[in-house]
Unconditional design. Structure first.
Length: 230
C-alpha cells in the first residue's frame, strides 16, 4: 500500500514550565532536532514539517533538514492551544498552497529525544497493516496509578471516579491486582488518518494501542524532567 506520510513536529517558542525547552541542548543538539533525525532515519519515506511560531526555531529546523514553509499563527501558539489547532493549520496550509494531501499524519513531539527509530517503524507497520479498522494509533505504557482508586472533591466530599468496574463494586476499596490494567499515553508516537480531522479530532473513535515498555516514559515538560534526563 503506497501512502503519503506527513510527519509533523510541533515546536512553539512560548513554553513557561521550561522556557525554550524545544531548543535546549541534549547530546550536543537542540531537543527538537532529535525528532527530526528520528523521522529522517525511518525506513518510511515521509515529508517532515516543523510547526513553529518562531523564526529562530524555523532556522534551526531547516539546519537539521526539516521543512518550515510557514510560521504558526500566534493565536494557535498559546499555552492553552491544542494539538489539533496546529495540525489543522498545517493541513489547510499545505492543501491551499501546494495541493498536498497526505494520507497519514505522524506526530513526533520534540520532548521525547530518546525515542527509538525502530519503534516509529514498528508503529507505522502496525497502523498501516490495520488502517481499515482504526482511525489512529497511540503509544502507551502500562501504568500503576489506577484511576479506579481516584476521586474528585465536591463540597469537601470525596467522590469516586468509578463506583464499579467490570463486576467489581467499590474498586477504590479493591485489591490492585484484581483491577483491569491501565495504560498511559506516553506521547512518543501518534499516528492518525488525515481525513478524521474533518470531524475535529486527531484520535477518532477507534485507537490502536502501541504498547511500549514502562521505561519509555521520558517527556520533557518541566525543569525537573530536564534534570532527570541529564
Amino acid at each position: 500500500m503506497s501512502l503519503k506520510i506527513l510527519c509533523i513536529i510541533p515546536a512553539r517558542s512560548g513554553s513557561k514550565s521550561l522556557p525554550h525547552k524545544n531548543i535546549k541542548i541534549y547530546n550536543d543538539k537542540p531537543l527538537r532536532s532529535h525528532s527530526i533525525l528520528h523521522a529522517q532515519k525511518s525506513k518510511y519515506n515521509m515529508r517532515i514539517i516543523v510547526s513553529t511560531d518562531s523564526k529562530e526555531y524555523q532556522q534551526i529546523a531547516n539546519k537539521y533538514g526539516a521543512e518550515t514553509p510557514f510560521l504558526r499563527p500566534p493565536e494557535i501558539s498559546l499555552d492553552n492551544s491544542l494539538d489539533i489547532d496546529f495540525i489543522k493549520h498545517t493541513i489547510k496550509w499545505l492543501k491551499i498552497h501546494e495541493n498536498y494531501n497526505p494520507d497519514i499524519i505522524l506526530q513526533l513531539r520534540p520532548t521525547s529525544p530518546t525515542r527509538k527509530v525502530d519503534d516509529i517503524d514498528k508503529a507505522l507497520d502496525l497502523f498501516i497493516e490495520n488502517i481499515d479498522n482504526y482511525d489512529s494509533l497511540r503509544s502507551v505504557i502500562e501504568f500503576d496509578k489506577y484511576p479506579y482508586k481516584m476521586y474528585n472533591i465536591e463540597n469537601n466530599i470525596l467522590i469516586p471516579l468509578f463506583n464499579s468496574v467490570n463486576s467489581i463494586t467499590e474498586p477504590y476499596n479493591s485489591l490492585r491486582q484484581l483491577l483491569p490494567k491501565c495504560y498511559l499515553h506516553n506521547g512518543y508516537i501518534d499516528i492518525f488518518k488525515t481525513n478524521i480531522i474533518e470531524n475535529n479530532t486527531i484520535s477518532g473513535k477507534k485507537i490502536l494501542p502501541f504498547v511500549m515498555d514502562y521505561n519509555n516514559n521520558i517527556d520533557i515538560d518541566t525543569e525537573n524532567d530536564w534534570n532527570t534526563l541529564l
